[in-house]
Ligand binder design. Structure first.
Ligand SMILES: Cc1cc2nc3c(=O)[nH]c(=O)nc-3n(C[C@H](O)[C@H](O)[C@H](O)COP(=O)(O)OP(=O)(O)OC[C@H]3O[C@@H](n4cnc5c(N)ncnc54)[C@H](O)[C@@H]3O)c2cc1C
Length: 414
């Protein structure tokens, strides 16, 4: 019998499983798919050491009107589905007030500050090949000088307060760095320290393979079969038979709240859908580029140039409405020779965002042996190894690497 069952083999689940195993626990990882096939596969592959402030909800009326009128491309909503988002969005709005956002950012920065170092530990242990990861940052492209000035001012503040490194590139400098670009606009902001991963799902799979090589087990199974046992533990059905353990970790990303509702825990989540598709051209783009005006990221990946979109508020099971991806493609074609798409249909998935923009890490209130590790929002691929370590430290009673109080589940799971 394992000491713990970890439900969910995305970046969050795999990293938590590895950290628990390192601390001498026997760990069984369970997912209905192979590791790293969902949100942790479909993202932009950025390990974002610059993202020390989580995305707040815009609070000025101009920005909100822009979203309401469908003017920008970074946020889109389906009016019919909006009702289902209202509760979490109102809380998100409340937490986005400048003073609250500042406090939240201080907590967030403690985790982001550990992100690349914690990935490096796992990459070294797992023998991840250098061609999967680049350590040269990414660029944010601007067409408007005023917006680039504003972005630069934010970057200067972050450099002064937290040592985040960047360089502003003139249009000519951007053209030299990225000869494939047809338009260099007003230039770009180059965040120097983030890492980019050419196949995010492969990185999760590499961590999972290391977990298996060092004694962990993986089983296909449905987390929906989770039940408390009569002896105070937990049981889940898998393709290899039933699994029982004294502890269970819920690391199901955007699917976590639905499972926890069955155990009386009502946890609000802001569900931000995003799309991606690969294109055969654009491979001569050197570094990942975010287009600030059209809210998409163009990332050179093993499968082609991956374009990922901003946030869409749609129904949970709504079919794909890749409107933002269409606009992003059009804008990207003005910058790069994209060529033909690789896939017939775009991929989509959901960023599991908490209304206070902080992940949920720690023991569930009231349920002995139930541990929560989800809600990593826009930066779960970045944060998984750091938060997985924090969770493992809390579970084993070690001194935690950062103050865990801001991330405690009890703030939501009442
Ligand atoms: C378009 C887009 C771009 C992004 N870009 C970035 C980026 O560049 N950098 C970054 O840091 N983050 C990025 N993110 C966010 C990041 O991808 C997520 O925060 C992160 O992947 C969440 O990881 P997770 O392990 O919590 O969830 P997931 O990766 O979704 O893992 C959850 C797992 O639970 C499993 N599961 C669900 N239900 C069940 C069940 N009933 N039974 C068994 N298993 C189940 C799933 O199969 C899945 O493997 C992006 C997200 C999107 C959508």
């Amino acid at each position: 019998m394992p000491d713990v069952i970890v439900l969910g083999a995305g970046m969050a689940g795999v990293a938590a499983a590895l950290h628990l195993q390192r601390r001498g626990w026997s760990v069984a990882l369970v997912d209905r798919q192979s590791p790293g096939r969902e949100t942790s596969y479909g993202n932009a592959g950025l390990i974002q050491s610059e993202a020390v402030e989580p995305y707040p909800m815009p609070r000025d009326l101009f920005a909100l009107f822009r979203v309401a009128l469908g003017r920008g491309n970074d946020v889109r909503y389906d009016p019919l589905a909006l009702f289902g988002h209202v509760g979490p969005l109102l809380r998100y709005w409340w937490h986005s007030a400048p003073a609250r956002h500042q406090k939240i950012s201080a907590a967030y920065a403690t985790l982001i500050g550990r992100a690349t170092a914690e990935h490096q530990h796992l990459m070294t242990a797992a023998g991840v090949r250098d061609d999967l990861v680049r350590r040269d940052g990414f660029r944010v492209f601007h067409r408007s000088e005023a917006k680039l000035d504003a972005d630069t001012a934010t970057a200067e503040r972050l450099r002064e307060n937290l040592g985040v490194a960047f360089r502003r590139l003139s249009p000519a400098e951007l053209g030299t760095a990225e000869p494939a670009l047809r338009d260099t606009g007003a230039g770009a902001l180059h965040w120097l320290d983030p890492w980019t991963v050419r196949d995010p799902g492969r990185l999760v799979a590499a961590y999972a393979e290391h977990f298996l090589r060092t004694g962990g087990t993986f089983a296909h199974g449905d987390a929906g079969t989770l039940a408390a046992t009569a002896t105070g533990g937990w049981r889940v059905s898998t393709a290899d038979g039933p699994l029982k353990a004294a502890n269970v970790v819920v690391a199901l990303g955007p699917w976590s709240p639905a499972l926890l509702r069955r155990f009386g825990l009502k946890i609000p989540m802001v569900r931000k859908r995003g799309y991606h598709r690969h294109w055969r051209g654009g491979q001569n783009l050197d570094l990942t580029l975010r287009d600030a005006d059209f809210g998409y990221v163009a990332a050179p990946m093993a499968a082609g140039l991956r374009i990922t979109t901003g946030a869409e508020f749609s129904g949970v099971d709504a079919p794909a409405t890749p409107v933002q991806l269409g606009r992003a493609e059009q804008a990207a074609r003005g910058l790069l020779d994209l060529g033909a798409p690789v896939e017939a249909e775009p991929w989509f998935g959901t960023r599991p965002c908490m209304p206070d923009m902080l992940p949920v890490i720690g023991a569930a209130p009231r349920h002995r042996g139930l541990w929560l590790h989800f809600g990593h929002g826009h930066q779960g691929f970045t944060l998984g190894p750091a938060t997985g370590r924090l969770l493992a430290e809390l579970m084993t009673g070690e001194t935690p690497l950062v103050d865990p109080a801001p991330f405690r589940p009890a703030r939501w799971a009442r």
